[in-house]
Design a binder for this molecule. Structure first.
Ligand code: IMP
Length: 201
């Protein structure tokens, strides 16, 4: 962590420019830790995500920031792992339908079509968070298990939310809404482990 000034909290970079993720994390650390985005440190690089695991991609992003910009940092990567598809789309979740671009609607339709005749619709969302702090690397994980719906349901959220039914709820993330989702989601669970670790320091 970097102490910028004696009366300002120490700072830590979150290797993202996703406004939703930033505001979620900033609210958690308000007053205790200043969370800087990639834009805040003037990093506009297209960081290559070339690893074949979520943990590997999160580490690539965190190491990139540490090595090129000198900041302690954390980064995340999320995948949807579907049992009947042997864990796919996994590390390719964002670009499942098209390898060169992120098209959430096409991704969802491809998933529904691939599962059309499958009896087993179980899946899980998994988030890996890599943290580089004081010269050490740490990885935290969050998982939510559930089922893939047979059609889209609900209007809230983003990405695969209209087709993912977290276990014990009977409703998709898009039907449950952001407030409920943010308590039980893969990302919330991974972030809780990160927060627990940072608060113990
Ligand atoms: P990222 O690593 O957070 O950018 O997530 C990779 C991809 O997974 C995103 O582009 C979304 O398609 C999908 N994804 C991640 N988190 C969620 C979620 O909470 N709900 C639905 N889709 C998600």
């Amino acid at each position: 962590m970097t102490t910028l000034h004696t009366d300002t909290p120490p700072s830590l970079v979150f290797a993202t420019n996703n406004a939703h993720k930033l505001s979620e994390i900033r609210a958690i650390f308000a007053g205790k830790l200043q969370i800087l985005s990639l834009a805040d440190i003037d990093c506009h690089d297209d960081i290559p995500e070339t690893a074949d695991t979520l943990e590997g991609n999160a580490l690539i992003k965190a190491r990139w920031v540490k090595e090129k910009y000198g900041y302690d940092c954390f980064a995340d990567d999320t995948g949807l792992e579907v049992t009947a598809l042997d864990g796919r789309p996994g590390v390719h979740t964002a670009r499942y339908a098209y390898p060169d671009r992120h098209d959430p609607e096409a991704n969802t339709q491809k998933l529904l079509s691939e599962l059309k005749d499958k009896a087993d619709r179980t899946a899980q969302f998994r988030t890996a968070i890599a943290l580089i702090l004081d010269g050490e690397e740490h990885v935290f994980e969050g998982v939510v298990r559930g089922q893939i719906a047979t059609e889209k349901r609900g209007t809230e959220g983003f990405g695969y939310d209209p087709v993912f039914i977290p276990e014990d709820t009977g409703r998709t993330f898009a039907e449950l809404g952001t407030e409920v989702k943010n308590k039980i989601s893969h990302r919330a669970r991974a972030v809780a482990h990160l927060v627990e670790f940072l608060q113990s320091k």
